[in-house]
Design a protein around this ligand. Structure first.
Ligand SMILES: *Cc1c(COP(=O)(O)O)cnc(C)c1O
Length: 217
């Protein structure tokens, strides 16, 4: 599909939803992609990227960031607490604040560094046992706990169950964000970003539709 086609479809979805052009931030998910594909997208002007693995991101991004000023990196994969410091050195945003122990360690680091990345709480909207995230019923309390720790939250993130209509999940996320005074909604991927934009997404995370299929070989 490619970057230009995604941009065109984003604009159409924003317009159809009565939203302003450029309202939605495109996070180009570059995990596991060959460097040549990522460079082509950087050269086309894309500056916001998502990665899932701290080590992989630390290996490839410092060089590109020097070469392409203004590049922003978003952590969208599960974050182990022993990688937190490396993640804070690297990422401008973390979309996977998914448990109390991570919130506590994050709060300590944020205080020590005097700087907080953009933070999204990951909500397990489908209550899937194998998936990370705060359960919807526990989300209000978790947000309150994060705020009590001094963390400033930007919004909520979800990954709907693969085999279901994502729209009810997007609506659950929007409802939880709204009643907690959060404006950021990180939702929508290659297969469903237009539906997510219609439901109020502020950040969409699109990988394979931009770069092509991932080869985990
Ligand atoms: C890999 C990944 C994406 C991108 O998925 P595509 O289907 O390739 O667009 C988005 N969000 C998360 C959390 C991911 O891990």
């Amino acid at each position: 599909m490619g970057l230009n086609e995604i941009r065109r479809r984003m604009l159409a979805a924003e317009t159809a939803a009565g939203r302003s052009p450029g309202d939605v931030t495109l996070i180009a998910v570059s995990k596991v992609q060959p460097p040549a594909r990522v460079e082509a997208v950087l050269k086309a002007g894309q500056r916001v990227f998502g990665e899932n693995y701290v080590q992989e991101a630390a290996g490839k991004w410092p060089g590109w960031r020097g070469e392409f000023p203004g590049t922003q990196l978003h952590m969208i994969g599960p974050l182990q607490t022993n990688k937190l410091n490396a993640a804070l050195d690297l990422f401008d945003a973390i979309h996977t604040l998914d448990r109390p122990s991570l919130a506590q360690k994050l709060a300590r680091q944020v205080q020590a560094r005097g700087h907080c990345p953009q933070l999204f709480v990951q909500v397990n909207t489908g209550a899937e046992p194998q998936k990370a995230g705060i359960l919807p019923a526990a989300t209000d309390a978790f947000i309150a706990d994060c705020r009590a720790l001094g963390l400033t939250l930007s919004g909520l993130m979800c990954i709907p169950p693969e085999d279901q209509d994502p729209v009810p999940h997007f609506r659950i996320l929007r409802g939880l964000a709204g009643r907690n005074g959060l404006s950021g909604l990180s939702m929508g991927m290659s297969a469903d970003f237009e539906a997510a934009i219609a439901e109020g997404a502020t950040h969409i995370r699109v990988g394979s539709a931009i770069f092509g299929a991932r080869d985990y070989g």
